[in-house]
Ligand binder design. Structure first.
Ligand code: GLC
Length: 436
């Protein structure tokens, strides 16, 4: 039976954190055409293995990554321990296809965990339940395996023992849950077609995880992928429902509720350009201003944003990503109180921005300036204790000029003496309501 009280306790820190860093990194950074390159280009193993021999991330410095995340205002991070290609960034005893056997010669996961914990950032591990390297994972006829169309693999299918693969997969998850200290997030990816739920022996897997990591929160992709919500959206979630829904490359238009109208815990995972893994030619980066507005949108709808970076083969986060993180950080340093610990508000979304709220603090995110004072619709003047510009704490006075006399029930404030907002991306007005 689903223990909703324990669940609500477990996800508390996560809903406060609101903003995290996703990191996709592995051998695919060498071809530099995204993390699905082996599948998309149907690359046979013998043409992919040279990347294993070549992998030598001489610039890998997880402390630098952690500082960038901290400066951006990110409160948790999730790094790929193994992606679909099966390459392990951690020193697994169950495979030789791992970073410690490359020129890197290091446990990249252990160093990441130490560095991010040292910055006070909660640590998550992404683990692909799909594995294109393992001989017992379906090849021919699978929907996405690199050798799905390779006739020569057809006969070998009969000899594949999926239970042996599951023993390997569960064994690796156990390594990650027992050898690296406290893990805050386990991010599995992904279920598809009949490859879902108990096909992965998911009940056994989650029970094992919760034995070793009782406080860990898990995503919902043992049941679904970026599409579908899974049983977490029902009144009786399964053992492997996960603790949050994981919409991908989209922010749910109306937020998300379960079948009884409870706010669902959700996290939108978003790339900065169009790729999760490093893609040298993909320069389609979203501006920081857009990402800030989208983070506000997530929080205004009771959700989180997990923003991705894809380090290159040498271990460097791309300069474009670092610049975007730095700009987001400048805004977060001044306005983070309107994000952390906040949720959506019962007040309707204003026409010129969004609202987030934390108890008696209402944050009006003004994204378009007004003429004649910004209307704070829904705010009752009698309930107002004070109104401040969040970024500098300055008082904002209520407009009492004849021009607003037709709207006595609307509180107007002037946020700027020029046509421009103090922060053209998002000027945050903090309204403190009188305690009931
Ligand atoms: C999709 C992609 C996978 C990526 C994940 C992140 O599942 O296939 O490569 O890791 O999204 O959410």
């Amino acid at each position: 039976m689903f223990d909703r009280e324990a669940y609500n306790k477990r996800v508390e820190w996560y809903q406060e954190a609101r903003f995290g860093m996703f990191i996709h990194w592995g051998l695919y950074a060498i071809p530099a055409r995204g993390e699905w390159v082996r599948s998309v280009e149907e690359i046979p193993e013998e043409e992919y293995l040279p990347f294993f021999d070549e992998f030598d991330p001489v610039d890998y410095d997880p402390e630098k990554w952690a500082r960038a995340a901290k400066e951006a205002g990110m409160k948790y991070a999730v790094l790929t321990a193994k992606h679909h290609d099966g390459f392990c960034l951690f020193d697994s005893e169950l495979t030789d296809f791992k970073a410690t056997n490359t020129k890197a010669g290091r446990d990249l996961i252990a160093e990441y965990l130490d560095a991010f914990r040292a910055e006070g950032i909660k640590v998550g591990i992404y683990y692909s339940i799909i594995d294109w390297h393992h001989p017992d994972y379906p090849h021919y006829g699978d929907r996405i395996h690199p050798l799905r169309n390779c006739e020569a693999e057809k006969e070998a299918e009969a000899g594949r023992d999926f239970d042996r693969y599951l023993e390997y997969m569960h064994g690796q998850v156990k390594e990650l849950c027992t050898r690296y200290g406290k893990i805050d997030v386990m991010w599995f990816d992904f279920s598809y077609d009949d490859m879902t739920g108990e096909k992965w022996h998911a009940t056994e897997l989650v029970n094992m995880i919760r034995t070793y990591q009782p406080d860990v929160i898990i995503d919902n992709r043992l049941e679904v992928s970026g599409e579908g919500f899974g049983s977490l959206a029902t009144d009786n979630p399964s053992v492997y429902s996960g603790d949050f829904v994981s919409p991908e490359q989209i922010i749910p238009p109306q937020g998300l509720k379960d079948e009884s109208g409870r706010n669902l815990v959700w996290e939108a995972c978003i790339t900065m350009n169009d790729n999760w893994g490093y893609c040298a030619k993909d320069k389609n980066f979203k501006p920081a201003s857009m990402i800030i507005k989208k983070l506000v949108e997530c929080v205004s709808k009771n959700g989180n944003m997990l923003l991705n970076v894809g380090p290159d083969a040498k271990g460097n986060i791309p300069e474009e990503s670092l610049k975007i993180l730095e700009e987001i950080g400048k805004w977060m340093k001044k306005n983070g109180n309107s994000i952390y610990g906040c949720k959506g508000s019962a007040l309707s979304k204003p026409e010129n921005g969004r609202i987030t709220q934390k108890g008696n603090k209402v944050y009006y995110h003004i994204m378009e300036n007004s003429i004649g004072g910004v209307p704070l619709y829904g705010i009752n003047r009698k309930q107002v204790e004070k109104i401040r510009l969040l970024s500098d704490g300055s008082e904002l006075q209520i407009v009492d000029f004849w021009t607003v006399n037709n709207y006595p029930d609307v509180v107007f404030v002037n946020v700027s003496s020029t046509p421009y907002l103090p922060d053209e991306t998002d000027t945050v007005v903090e309204i403190t309501l009188k305690e009931e």
